[in-house]
Write a protein that binds this ligand. Structure first.
Ligand code: PLP
Length: 279
């Protein structure tokens, strides 16, 4: 497959960066993951707005206009025959002599690729997924979609070691998120979500689910959620570009609600599939 690197499309095997790239040396970069359905990007404007916010947060100059980013994503989609794709974009603070402080002259490294998107299995959608809990040991700027992902990598491996696809993390007794997903709680027909603050990444699906809840008359509360509330939940759900929206049927070996995907999940899943079909 062909990938994009610093202005050119090249075969993946020929795309090379310097070992002094600050993405390699410091994890000094940010990224985006845009799902594509039927060759059309889903919620592209929101993804590009978040890319802009991530760049601003770590003070990397944005090398492209929105139009240029849209054109690049369009060209990345053309590199693949797949109908459904995952477009990955990454920017780092470029190549410089090793020094933690920013270099005087920054030429960001810009990388893009598209891969076929294996959507969640019917098994996961219909029967749900298992999760385990763990303390959230990450830093205090989880709102930045940074490539410094060691905390997330260790959390995802904590799940893998226990043969489940995702963790549910808690910080100071409150729900934060998964290793690479947002987490949703349902209690008495109400949808609960952690605050959009510095302790979670605001998923593009977070906004989408907010919109769907409003359109479908599902009451939504965004606030701190205690461990006790998670344990007493009627439903739990995960959302991310690659998981879309998935029901969680167990946490630490205990069933969530009645142990089956619930009615609020079913309504949101229907909304998700409708939005994709309309793209
Ligand atoms: N939280 C974290 C830590 C993530 O890495 C992700 C993305 O994969 C999400 C939440 C969900 O974000 P999105 O819906 O934009 O994929």
């Amino acid at each position: 497959p062909r990938v994009y690197l610093n202005g050119e499309f090249t075969p993946l095997s020929q795309a090379k960066i310097s070992v002094l790239d600050r993405g390699f040396i410091f994890g000094d970069g940010i990224y985006e993951v845009v799902p594509v359905y039927g060759r059309k990007p889903f919620r592209m404007a929101q993804h590009l707005a978040r890319l802009e916010r991530s760049l601003a947060a770590i003070r990397i100059p944005n090398p492209h206009t929105v139009q240029q980013w849209q054109d690049l994503v369009g060209k990345l989609i053309e590199t693949s025959d797949a109908q459904d794709q995952i477009v990955y974009l990454q920017l780092t603070r470029g190549v410089a002599k090793r020094d933690h402080a920013f270099p005087a002259q920054v030429v960001p490294t810009v990388f893009g690729m598209s891969s076929p998107f294996a959507r969640p299995s019917a098994q996961a959608r219909e029967n749900g997924v298992k999760t385990v809990s763990m303390p959230d040991e990450r830093w205090l700027h989880c709102e930045i979609k940074s490539t410094s992902l060691l905390g997330n990598v260790l959390a995802r491996q904590f799940a893998a070691d226990r043969d489940v696809p995702e963790v549910v993390m808690f910080r100071d007794g409150h729900l934060s998120e998964g290793s690479s997903s947002n987490v949703w709680v349902v209690k008495d027909g109400r949808l609960l979500a952690p605050l959009k603050d510095n302790l979670i990444l605001e998923g593009i699906r977070y906004g989408f689910i907010e919109d769907m809840a409003a359109a479908r008359g599902i009451p939504l509360e965004m606030r701190q959620i205690s461990r006790a509330e998670v344990d007493a939940a009627d439903e739990l759900m995960l959302s991310s570009a690659t998981k879309e929206i998935l029901p969680v049927v167990s946490l630490d070996g205990k069933p969530v609600g009645n142990g089956r995907p619930g009615p609020v999940y079913a309504r949101l899943r229907e909304g998700y599939d409708e939005a994709i079909a309309r793209l």
